[in-house]
Design a protein around this ligand. Structure first.
Ligand code: NAP
Length: 326
């Protein structure tokens, strides 16, 4: 008897064909619209495998409805959209896609840093809008990157990949992490710093840690007030880590210089969100891992986790750490 796998968004044929060799595959066929909650709640009842995206809230209610679900395969490395404890209680395996997106996300994070530092979006817009005018000394002036101090909060896979890019720009790198990594300090030439010191000393603060309720609004009014007036905050981790109201105030009042944001508390960000009214913010639509090759690698890994567990009866390739039952 073939198991049934439900996919919450249209995926490329290559992935569907792979899964169809082993399973009955059902799929929400829209590419840009998330599966409506009522459909997800219905579909979950009679499937063995679920492949979902970070936009799908797989909470206790969804998990409770599942009668024969064995694996939730998240097509992302962050898995704060899934109630892992609720899944573990029902012995449902949860997997994510770590590693395959590390370099691509580090590339984007550094690109965002550079765009915010050198005001690339404003400068580009001015050309298109016919506002170039005569060359003038202080027009579109930004902040230097070469030789500046980068503070990374969350030195995991992507944080580490970011250090390699920063080293090419001769940056002094500070990091703050839940666990101090002495070996990495030697290997990468970086320095551990308490959060407060990192915020005070850095020219660029990059958030690279996973979201959990423990780090909700980790960067709020007080933390922003510690940063230099010339500093730039980059967030490619998760929106909930930053108090957006406090960030708006800090940017508007010139308490910090700029921000580069790929992630927001609500995605898509509402069009009337105050942050969108500021010219010193670069906003992106959560595209950290968005290269063709990487997105395909992520989709293959998500599919392979399901094949391993449901077809092979094996352990998943990349389980989320809390869920140990196979
Ligand atoms: P990772 O390898 O698990 O690294 C996360 C690091 O954060 C670990 O070193 C961890 O410390 C540290 N950390 C966890 N909680 C912390 C806390 N409360 N305070 C300080 N440090 C803490 O993950 P990754 O692959 O680098 O990915 C990081 C995050 O980036 C993901 O969770 C995801 O949310 C985000 N992301 C976004 C995009 C995008 O498209 N924008 C793409 C990929 C990833 P320990 O060493 O103690 O565990």
């Amino acid at each position: 008897m073939k198991s049934t796998v439900y996919i919450t968004r249209k995926l490329p044929d290559e992935i569907i064909n792979k899964l169809s060799q082993y399973f009955h595959v059902r799929m929400w066929k829209e590419e840009n619209i998330p599966v409506p909650r009522e459909i997800l709640l219905k579909e979950i009842e009679n499937i063995e495998g679920l492949i979902c995206l970070l936009t799908d809230k797989i909470d206790e209610e969804v998990i409770r409805k599942a009668k024969q679900l064995k694996i939730i395969s998240n097509l992302a490395v962050g898995y704060n959209n899934i109630d892992v404890q609720a899944a573990a209680k029902k012995e449902i395996i949860v997997t994510n896609t770590p590693g395959v997106l590390t370099e691509t996300t580090a590339d984007l994070t550094f690109a965002l840093l550079m765009a915010a530092a050198r005001r690339l979006v404003n400068a580009s817009d001015s050309v298109r809008n016919g506002e170039w005018g005569a060359w003038s000394l202080m027009q579109h002036t930004g902040q230097d990157i070469f030789g500046a101090t980068l503070g990374i909060i969350g030195l995991g896979r992507i944080g580490e990949a970011l250090v390699k890019r920063a080293n090419g720009f001769d940056m002094n790198v500070l990091y703050y992490n839940r666990t101090r990594k002495l070996e990495k300090e030697q290997e990468l030439g970086i320095h551990y710093s308490e959060l407060k010191d990192l915020l005070q000393q850095s020219d660029y603060v990059c958030l690279m840690l996973p979201y959990s309720p423990d780090v909700h609004h980790l960067i709020g009014k007080e933390e922003l007030s510690l940063m230099k007036q010339s500093a730039i905050l980059i967030n490619t981790a998760r929106g909930g880590i930053v108090d957006e109201e406090a960030l708006y105030e800090a940017l508007r009042n010139g308490d910090i210089w700029a921000a580069g944001l790929d992630v927001f508390e609500q995605e898509p960000i509402p069009m009337d969100h105050p942050l969108l009214s500021l010219s010193n913010v670069v906003t992106l639509p959560h595209i950290g891992s968005a290269s063709v090759k990487t997105r395909m690698r992520m989709a293959h890994l998500a599919a392979d986790n399901v094949v391993k567990v449901l077809y092979g009866g094996d352990a998943p390739i990349t389980p989320v750490y809390q869920c140990v039952k196979v």
